[in-house]
Design a protein around this ligand. Structure first.
Ligand SMILES: [Zn+2]
Ligand SMILES: [Zn+2]
Length: 123
């Protein structure tokens, strides 16, 4: 990969704000993150500040947050379960497939929750 500004320079990193490839010359790391320009430095810095403020006010970061996959799987499972109930009522017959898929999502949610807990016990 080449620098977005200097075609003959190899890129050493990606701007964490806009995703452009930057070379040694263009790389700025004031915010302890790679940025391609002063604007991007400011924006990553602001984003970091915002994040840490959000974390403080929500108490996030003190406890390790739930990985998104657990709630996503659970939500999908719930939606499918409700869809299954709805379809079963509409058709007057048991909609086995939707319930089966819903069950798979619940199991996946449970598995990733357990993985998450195991990781936290060791840290
Ligand atoms: Zn940038
Ligand atoms: Zn460059």
């Amino acid at each position: 990969m080449r620098c977005f500004k200097h075609q003959d320079e190899p890129a050493i990193g990606i701007c964490s704000n806009c995703g452009k490839a930057v070379c040694q010359q263009c790389c700025r790391d004031e915010a302890r993150q790679i940025a391609c320009s002063e604007t991007c430095v400011q924006e990553t810095f602001l984003a970091q500040q915002l994040n840490s403020r959000l974390r403080q006010s929500l108490g996030v970061g003190i406890k390790p947050p739930m990985p998104p996959s657990v709630s996503t799987y659970f939500l999908f499972g719930l939606i499918l379960l409700l869809t299954g109930v709805y379809l079963s009522l509409q058709r007057g017959s048991f909609d086995m497939l939707t319930f089966a898929v819903a069950a798979v999502f619940f199991v996946m949610s449970g598995v990733s929750y357990r993985q998450h807990r195991n990781r936290c016990l060791s840290c």
